[in-house]
Design a protein around this ligand. Structure first.
Ligand code: MN
Length: 484
């Protein structure tokens, strides 16, 4: 009898485990998307002989640079004639791609990595150059042409069209890596590049990676290209000794330390932790004591290192930040960084300046007077923090959850006479509470009620208004948010 019941339990357990595995597998992969990606890769291989040249256009942040590096290697392996362009989106797509397109040798293939023109521009471009084939390997929300379908020679592999989350589940470099691997299995030696790009776009703990992001990380670990560890995650200062790391950490930002090294030292002394210890050298007990003392559970988690690199470049979050800092104005230097094992001093200096300024600006942000209504927080930074930092503060304040997550954040101020600029941020909680609507819908409503310009997506957007309308904005903001 007892044996029978144990047997039943065992069968039940097996069914449960198997069911769970199948469920997770189903959640991980999206067969329709994979089929389309594979078909696109096969079509590319079939068409490649007819192309006089291949044009690769990619973004300039860490996700874009690593995507570009993967496509470059893929094209080199195919022995194809190609040109590569890094585009930081500082001019309208139409101007950029029409001007560039004049020099392309037709027929050609254009591969867009980690960025893509809106549908209207693609349709216009192909009306002028019907012999350009277009391969879209991008994960951003695709802006369709409301009147025209894309022609047949556009292969749109955008995973968001297949219901995937273009950030949590698959970022640009993950997609470009998967595409390159469908083209040629040898490209799997580039998986470590995906780990860097992902860190830059996802801005999250590895524990929270999902679907294809997670699968590619697991692949890179299996191939020995990256290592996974558990411990303190002071992203921004992960390569440093612990006292410096804590005050340089931007994910999480540690409010109680205010970027002050003395405060960090006092804290460590209290916990009997040697400030000279490296973040990665802390014992499990020291880790728990630190996390408890600061009451920051997100300070503990999984982190990734690249075994063949040293110092800052060993840590993917910091590597990605550095590439994004350099890449916007100097993409070729950002490309070169990928070939190095140690960070050059001048780059490291720029990295530290950038990171410490985020910390000090977040500290300022917390202390500033804010207009707080039922559904919004409005912060006027005019003459307080440099304009070029506003959007960045908005993003890091949001990912660090250092304001009421149920409210929309407006951060900005006067940029010049008659012009007020705001970055708008909404957290996933805000969006969930408002039927899936966020920053872009709020901006649209503001534009129609009180004027101005702007746009964006649910989590983030930007807008400009007439400063004379600022009092009206603060007065009506709750009503505006209520009506989206
Ligand atoms: Mn991206």
């Amino acid at each position: 009898m007892k044996f029978e019941s144990n047997k039943k339990k065992l069968v039940f357990l097996c069914v449960f485990i198997l069911g769970n595995m199948l469920y997770h597998l189903y959640k991980m992969i999206n067969q329709k998307f994979e089929n389309y990606l594979e078909t696109t890769a096969l079509e590319f291989l079939e068409n490649k002989a007819k192309y006089k040249e291949i044009i690769s256009i990619h973004h300039t942040d860490a996700d874009g640079i690593t995507s570009g590096a993967i496509i470059k290697k893929m094209l080199e392996r195919l022995g194809l004639n190609f040109k590569q362009y890094a585009f930081n989106l500082d001019m309208p797509w139409k101007d950029y791609v029409f001007n560039l397109g004049k020099s392309f040798k037709s027929p050609c293939a254009i591969i867009f990595s980690d960025l893509e023109p809106p549908g209207t521009v693609i349709c216009d471009l192909l009306e002028k150059y019907p012999n350009f084939d277009i391969y879209i390997i991008d994960h951003h929300h695709f802006r369709k042409d409301p009147k025209r379908e894309l022609p047949e020679n556009v292969y749109n592999c955008n995973p968001t069209l297949f219901g995937l989350n273009g950030l949590k589940e698959i970022v640009g470099v993950t997609l470009n890596y998967l595409f390159a691997k469908k083209i040629d299995e040898r490209n799997k030696d580039l998986a470590w590049l995906a780990a860097i790009g992902m860190a830059g776009d996802a801005l999250d703990h590895i524990n929270n990676y999902k679907s294809y992001n997670k699968l590619v990380i697991e692949e890179a670990i299996e191939l020995g290209q990256i290592d996974l560890h558990e411990g303190i995650c002071a992203f921004g200062g992960q390569y440093e000794r612990i006292d410096k790391a804590l005050i340089q950490s931007i994910l999480p930002y540690i409010p109680s330390l205010e970027g002050d090294r003395e405060k960090a030292k006092i804290l460590l002394q209290k916990l009997n932790i040697d400030p000279k210890l490296k973040v990665t050298e802390l014992s499990p007990v020291q880790i728990d004591n630190l996390v408890n003392e600061l009451n920051l559970p997100q300070l503990k988690g999984e982190y990734i290192t690249i075994p063949k690199k040293v110092g800052l470049l060993k840590h993917v979050f910091e590597y990605a930040s550095l590439i994004s800092i350099i890449g916007h104005d100097n993409p070729s230097e950002a490309f070169r960084l990928l070939t190095l094992n140690t960070v050059p001093n001048d780059f490291k200096k720029r990295y530290i300046e950038h990171t410490t300024s985020i910390v000090s600006n977040l500290t300022k942000f917390l202390k500033l007077k804010k207009v707080e209504t039922k559904s919004a927080i409005i912060v006027d930074l005019t003459n307080k923090i440099n304009v070029s930092r506003w959007s960045n503060i908005g993003s890091f304040a949001t990912i660090n959850k250092i304001y009421d997550e149920e409210k929309a954040l407006f951060i900005g101020g006067m940029v010049k006479e008659g012009n007020m600029k705001f970055s708008v941020r909404c957290t996933p909680i805000f969006i969930k509470n408002h039927d899936g609507k966020g920053a872009n819908m709020i901006i649209k409503e503001i534009n129609s009620r009180i004027g101005g310009t702007g746009g964006g997506h649910g989590l983030a957007g930007g807008m400009r208004i007439d400063p004379k309308k600022y009092p009206l904005l603060t007065k009506e903001i709750d009503d505006i948010i209520n009506s989206i």
